[in-house]
Design a protein around this ligand. Structure first.
Ligand code: PMP
Length: 359
């Protein structure tokens, strides 16, 4: 029998799957590991999904028009500038599918969202990595000089939370000759975003998700905004039923309830600010985050820090049923923990567990 390995494309044999943050079974966890929203989605989402259930016999609208129109209204753009995705991961995948592959490399900063590298690897053309220094603020020159066809700029940056100001994104868009993708998964919690630049830069793409700021990680909906010519190219490589009926209805309802989500985002930002203060007061160096998480460097009262110390706190928190994220294997991340902003009560429990660990 011919083995599947002999049939597979050679580059596929060396791939390893992306490992998302754990979803622990059972109740009682304080889940601060995957940047989900600690509050429920808008009640309008429940109602919209409930009324769509009776139509599940029928295929969904392949263009997700009601959702795309809701996005266009929300951002004040034309509906031809919007494409919907099964989570923003789907859109990142479409961007690679349409704009990268053998001879046309994609690029990313490291550290950053590692799934960009997985997506590029699927095409057999490895991603070009442009390292960030300890400030996590990208240098523009190496990006411009890399000559990659497509560059993923993550702002606010994961895992640090550091945002790239709009004026800097504009400088990059002006100087870079490829397609500039700003992954704004966390922009709902930031002061600033790149969307106003779209009218000026036809090779700029902004990718958003409803997973974080709209409390819909389980529904799997994201969208990208760009010039209609870019959207058309993404549309031809899209799976035509990439959003199901429940996702389209629920996501459209979410986009229409701006006031509800505005309040949630304000609360998360407030909780982020108190969490940041608490961590810094304990001597943990913590990046100035514009996202719904903080990236902090645990420090023992002796001053000791580093990968072992961070892992020690990770393990200790796990014994208290508090789950955070530790990224091993990179000196810029392994001494830190990424902690999602939960409810104020979640954060009090987390800080009090840290105090027990410090004793
Ligand atoms: N971009 C970044 C930077 C992320 O952290 C995530 C979440 N893992 C995503 C994109 C994908 O989010 P989703 O597919 O849930 O929209």
């Amino acid at each position: 029998m011919v083995s599947p390995e002999r049939l597979a494309l050679p580059h596929v044999l060396s791939l390893t799957p992306y490992i998302p943050g754990a979803q622990p079974p059972g109740a009682g966890w304080i889940k601060l590991n995957t940047n989900e929203c600690p509050y429920p989605p808008s009640p309008l989402v429940d109602a919209a999904i409930a009324s769509e259930i009776e139509r599940l016999r029928l295929y969904p609208d392949s263009r997700a028009d009601v959702f795309r129109k809701a996005v266009a209204t929300y951002h004040g753009v034309d509906v031809a500038q919007v494409i919907a995705g099964n989570g923003s991961d789907d859109l990142l995948n479409l961007l690679v599918r349409a704009f990268s592959g053998p001879g046309k490399p994609a690029g990313m900063n490291t550290p950053s969202y590692t799934y960009y590298a997985n997506l590029a690897a699927f095409t057999g053309q490895p991603i070009v990595e442009i390292p960030l220094g300890p400030s996590m603020v990208p240098d523009l020159a190496p990006i411009v000089e890399s000559n990659v066809n497509l560059f993923f700029l993550c702002s606010p940056h994961a895992p640090s939370g550091v945002a790239v100001p709009r004026a800097i994104v504009a400088d990059l868009a002006r100087a870079f000759s490829g397609l500039l993708v700003v992954d704004e998964a966390y922009a709902g919690f930031a002061d600033d975003d790149a969307i106003p630049l779209l009218c000026e830069f036809p090779r700029l793409v902004v990718v958003r998700t409803l997973s974080k700021s709209h409390a819909l990680a389980g529904l799997r909906v994201g969208y990208a905004l760009a010039h209609p010519d870019v959207i058309r190219l993404l549309d031809v490589v899209r799976d035509f039923y990439n959003l199901d009926r429940l996702a389209i209805a629920g996501a459209a309802a979410a986009m229409s309830d701006a006031a509800y989500y505005q309040a949630i985002r304000a609360t998360v930002r407030q909780t982020r600010s108190t969490t940041l203060d608490s961590l810094r007061a304990r001597g943990f160096a913590t990046y100035e985050s514009q996202a719904n998480f903080v990236f902090t460097e645990p420090r023992r009262p002796t001053g000791e820090c580093g990968a072992q110390v961070a892992r020690g706190l990770f393990d200790f928190l796990e014994t208290r049923k508090i789950l955070v994220r530790h990224f091993r294997g990179d000196p810029r991340t392994e001494g830190h923990l990424r902690i999602t902003i939960g409810t104020p009560e979640d954060m009090v429990a987390m800080v009090s567990a840290i105090d027990d660990w410090l004793r």
